[in-house]
Each structure stands twice: as structure tokens, then as C-alpha cells.
Ligand binder design. Structure first.
Ligand code: AMP
Length: 217
């Protein structure tokens, strides 16, 4: 099963992708995570995208398409994938179609996580995560059980994304409205688009997605 999680920054795509990995045995392909890993490794690509990412703008289609094509190529034989953060523009959606066709793969569902934009800035601005294991937290909604210690791995090191500041968040929401939202009609026309209420509690959003996808095979 191959699916796309679509929605603005802060909609909860990453959180739901992790749950779907566990429940359905799918592989999460997050272009944002891939780019952050490139930056951390200090590669040429990482240095190239640094400024654009921190400003909250989208990196070029060519670069992203090459990155994701390479990952899909490496996935032979798995149970399928969850695209998280890709595609984000119409040319990316068209390129994905061509890639899937070439490999004889199909796209089963596109889950659109709908959210109230006013709530997003608040959600995103408080996010932080464990530097060691990546577990996510929030200043107000989800603090570690023991202050300053990761619930999952016990580390005391936490990080915040450079693009989770109010200015970059505004640019990221604008990029979603102008460049990403236009791909919704593309998938609606193909009959694969399914909206879920991204403002609901995490477990409820997961239940709505599972109803759409059906039982794991
Ligand atoms: P994310 O973690 O999905 O919010 O992505 C973080 C940043 O990485 C975005 O604000 C963009 O700068 C860049 N990025 C991630 N995925 C894409 C994509 N599909 N197209 C263009 N830029 C992307």
C-alpha cells in the first residue's frame, strides 16, 4: 500500500506517519527529514538548501524529485510507503505519477489532514524534540513526564527546528496555500483524496485514517 499524507506544516503528518509505520509495516519517506539529515551530515546538498529551508520556503522541484526517486528505488520489496511532505507542488505530483508508473506501483490513498490555520502557529511554535531519539514534545500540550528528560530514551538533549519560528511558519503556511493546496484537485479528480479532521486528538485522527485504509494485510 502506498499513500500520501497531505496537510500544512503542524497538521500532524509526521506523528501519524510514525503510527502508520507501526500498524501497517509501511516505510515513512519524509523529504523534510531527508533534507535535515543532509544538513546534519554537512553534505553539499545540505549546505545548498540551508537558507531556503530556514526561511520556510520550498527547495527546488528538481532537487526534491531526484532525492525522492532515489529513495523509492531503494525500497524494492517492502509493504509500501507513506509519503510525508512530498509532493508539495503540481510538478512534483506529476513527477511522482511518472515514477510510480515506471515502477509499476500504484497510489492507494491521499489523506488530507484538514486544520484550522489559526491553531497551527501555536502548535508549531511550541514544538521540540529529543536530539537523540527524535521523540516529539510541545511546551504546552506534551511536556516530558520528568522535566528535561526524554520519556523514550532518557536523554537530556532537546532541539527545536530552525524553521519553527513565527516568521518562517508564516512563510511555510503561505507556501502551502499557494504551491501545495493546488495539488488537492489533482488527486480529487483521480478519486483517491480522503479528508480527515487534523484538529481531532491524535488517536482519533489515527482511527479516521485506519477507517479509510482498512485493516493491515
Ligand atoms: P517539513 O519537515 O516537511 O516541514 O519540511 C521542512 C522544509 O524542507 C520545508 O519547509 C522545505 O524548505 C523543505 N522541503 C521538504 N519537503 C519538500 C518538498 N517536497 N518540496 C520542496 N521543499 C521541501
Amino acid at each position: 500500500m502506498n499513500i500520501i499524507l497531505l496537510g500544512p506544516p503542524g497538521a500532524g503528518k509526521g506523528t501519524q506517519a510514525k503510527r502508520l509505520e507501526e500498524k501497517y509495516g509501511l516505510t515513512q519517506l519524509s523529504t523534510g527529514d531527508m533534507l535535515r539529515a543532509e544538513r546534519k551530515s554537512g553534505s553539499d546538498l545540505g549546505r545548498k538548501v540551508q537558507e531556503v529551508m530556514d526561511a520556510g520556503q520550498l527547495v527546488s522541484d528538481d532537487l526534491i524529485i531526484e532525492l525522492i526517486a532515489h529513495r523509492i528505488d531503494q525500497l524494492e520489496g517492502g509493504k509500501g510507503f507513506i509519503l510525508d511532505g512530498f509532493p508539495r507542488t503540481v510538478p512534483q505530483a506529476e513527477a511522482l505519477d511518472r515514477m510510480l508508473k515506471e515502477k509499476g506501483l500504484r497510489l492507494d490513498s491521499v489523506i488530507e489532514m484538514t486544520v484550522d490555520e489559526a491553531a497551527l502557529v501555536d502548535r508549531i511554535a511550541g514544538r521540540f524534540s529529543c536530539a537523540k531519539c527524535g521523540a516529539s514534545y510541545h511546551d504546552r500540550y506534551h511536556r516530558p513526564k520528568s522535566e528535561g528528560v526524554c520519556d523514550v530514551c532518557g536523554s537530556r538533549d532537546f532541539v527545536r527546528r530552525a524553521d519553527d519560528n513565527p516568521e518562517a511558519v508564516k512563510t511555510r503556511l503561505e507556501a502551502y496555500r499557494r504551491q501545495t493546496a493546488p495539488i488537492l484537485p489533482y488527486y480529487r479528480a483521480k478519486g483517491v483524496l480522503h479528508p480527515v479532521d487534523g484538529m481531532a486528538e491524535i488517536g482519533e485522527v489515527a482511527r479516521q485514517i485506519e477507517t479509510i485504509l482498512g485493516n493491515p494485510k
